[in-house]
Design a protein around this ligand. Structure first.
Ligand SMILES: Cc1cc2nc3c(=O)[nH]c(=O)nc-3n(C[C@H](O)[C@H](O)[C@H](O)COP(=O)(O)OP(=O)(O)OC[C@H]3O[C@@H](n4cnc5c(N)ncnc54)[C@H](O)[C@@H]3O)c2cc1C
Length: 370
């Protein structure tokens, strides 16, 4: 394996995790982040690793990759915790997907039948059986599906851990450092910063989330369009008298209980361009949807309101692989599943960049499909 110099644009979870995997393989890595590391979508996310509960009818390729990533998370966590020296709040929680009326029960049943056909280990529960597992569910819940293998991670701790691990092993982290442009080139692509300084690398990785198609030098013919999909989310604080054991998903909102007592309640999904305004209507709709399925949240203290921009491609699948621009590689477009996919994407991207290797997991995700 040849040691390479690699410049990564974007210090979200995808850029940081990919950088860490590359440094572990002996490469020299610099990550450019235009604001602060992990403050955009990756720091706002709920932290669900919900491959099973989120399986959609239209997404079998995505599901295979989600499931593989879920399988790789325990090893990813072991290695990261050993490199950074602290826990990243990883654990198995399981997800309860609940229905609170006839319509939502009918659509839950269709999803359950599909999941069973696909061979998933999911379980159908009556309302009272679901309440036996999770006593804070509303009496109005008529049925639920339990996905016991879904997991959870504290994405903020992962982001901190990755920065610590990268710095400790010689990775260069450049904060408040906007990449204005790229000049592609075989073997020597160049990154140009706002102050006009130019840095040459063997390989550039675009991991700039929702902003991935905004960098100058990425032509519209060679760059898949990535759009921002706004998500507003609340951070509530559990109390001794109120704790959730499971991730709970309802028709209009989800609740995600973390080990440190935070309960993330989300999220809106809005096509609003790069707008990051937190709105009364957005927060109201999420709270109302969550309160309907778990009324006990009413009295919980509110830690903060957050907003992030999910990076969505035209078909909402990730965009991963060599671009048609020499020396430029994409690792972006992870949309609603970037935390879940981190373990798989970062490891397979590092392998593709290190060796002559074509990842079988990215066949549906290549930039050339557009
Ligand atoms: C409300 C919400 C809840 C979510 N919940 C979950 C969940 O539970 N589970 C899950 O799997 N996923 C979840 N997601 C999705 C997940 O957050 C994203 O898919 C993931 O964070 C994308 O990571 P990223 O590194 O590609 O993007 P980002 O985290 O957005 O990072 C991209 C970084 O690139 C930087 N950047 C951009 N342009 C430049 C430039 N020119 N120069 C330098 N730096 C640049 C940005 O400042 C940013 O820090 C959620 C998203 C939202 C919004």
């Amino acid at each position: 394996m040849t040691v390479k110099s690699i410049g990564i644009i974007g210090g979200g979870i995808i850029g940081l995790a990919t950088g860490w995997q590359l440094v572990r393989r002996g490469h020299s890595v610099t990550i450019f982040e235009r604001s602060r590391f992990g403050q955009e979508a990756s720091g706002v996310a709920a932290g669900m690793l919900s491959a099973d509960a989120e399986l959609g009818f239209e997404e079998p390729g995505l599901y295979r990759a989600s499931r593989e990533s879920l399988k790789r998370w325990p090893a990813f966590v072991r290695a990261l915790e050993s490199d950074c020296g602290h826990s990243v709040g990883f654990g198995a929680t399981g997800t309860l997907v609940v229905a609170d009326d006839q319509d939502s029960e009918a659509s839950l049943r269709r999803m359950y039948d599909f999941q069973k056909d696909e061979g998933l280990r999911v379980e159908w529960l009556r309302g009272e059986e679901a309440r036996d597992l999770e006593p804070f569910l509303s009496p109005g819940i008529v049925s639920a599906v339990l996905a016991p293998e879904d997991q959870l991670v504290d994405n903020r701790l992962v982001l901190q851990g990755l920065q610590t691990a990268l710095s400790a092993s010689g990775g260069v982290l450049r904060e408040r450092c906007n990449v204005a442009a790229i000049v592609p080139g075989e073997g020597d692509p160049i990154i140009i910063l706002d102050d006009k300084s130019q840095i040459e690398f063997d390989q550039i990785v675009v991991a700039s989330g929702a902003w991935s198609s905004q960098i100058k030098g990425l032509t519209t013919e060679t760059t898949p369009r990535i759009r921002p999909v706004k998500g507003q989310i609340l951070d509530l604080q559990a109390q001794p008298s109120f704790e959730l054991k499971y991730v709970v998903r309802g028709p209009r909102a989800y609740l995600v209980p973390h080990k440190d007592g935070r309960i993330m309640v989300g999220a809106t999904s809005e096509e609003m361009g790069f707008d990051k305004q937190i709105t009364a209507g957005g927060i109201y709709s999420v709270l109302d949807g969550a309160w309907e399925i778990v009324p006990g949240i009413y009295d919980l203290p509110l830690n903060s309101l957050l907003v992030g921009l999910r990076p969505g491609s035209r078909d909402n699948l990730p965009v991963v692989g060599k671009s048609d621009l020499p020396g430029v590689y994409f690792a972006t477009g992870h949309y609603r599943h970037g935390i879940l996919h981190t373990a798989l994407t970062s490891e397979e991207v590092a392998l593709e960049i290190s060796d002559v290797y074509d990842s079988p997991w990215f066949s549906d995700f290549r930039p050339q499909r557009f």
